[in-house]
Design a protein around this ligand. Sequence first.
Ligand code: CA
Length: 225
Amino acid sequence: MRVLIVEDEKKVAAALRRGLEAEAFTVDVALDGTEGLWMATEHRYDVIVLDIMLPGLNGFKICENLRASGDWTPILMLTAKDGEYDQAEALDTGADDYLTKPFSFVVLLARLRALLRRSGRSETVVYRAGDLTIDPATRRCVRGDTEVELTTREFAVLEFLMRRAGDVVSKSEILDNVWDFAFEGDPNIVEVYIRHLRKKLDDPFDRQLIQMIRGSGYRLDPDGG
Ligand code: CA
């Protein structure tokens, strides 16, 4: 999958590039609107992540331009919460979906996958660890024959650990990927969510899915615990 990111905030663009490359996307980044439109026109992408407020040419203009020339590459627009433009306008100019900043990487990834699926460009991904299965598209989590209810954030933490099953992942990696890029709260929030997950996924089944590796982070047992 090839994705174009048009985003002038370098930190956000770099974080998106890292995250999407780890998900096996091929990533191009344009840091202003003029370059973004040029790249979108010159190359073929499976999906475009398009910021609205950009130097050179704003996201709406890029979107309008592409649609006017018959280019229907799926577009996910990034809108600012209190910006002067609203989400309706994003959709009016021909964007397929929008995401309000600040957003978490996991939510962005879920939206991109949904867009790719809707456009017939991608297959469904389901993650398994032993008798535990999660389906990010439907947000279902099943342990054995039992469906387990998770909150959005619990699901996001679990999805991140499932994608990295068998690896030791640090608390800060989890924070960077599951919480907003700009999150500046207490990193110990991760522990709280791990506790919730254990209570729901381990205790009733007498298992131990998520191991704590002292001083390094967490490891999700690829066999489900
Ligand atoms: Ca911007």
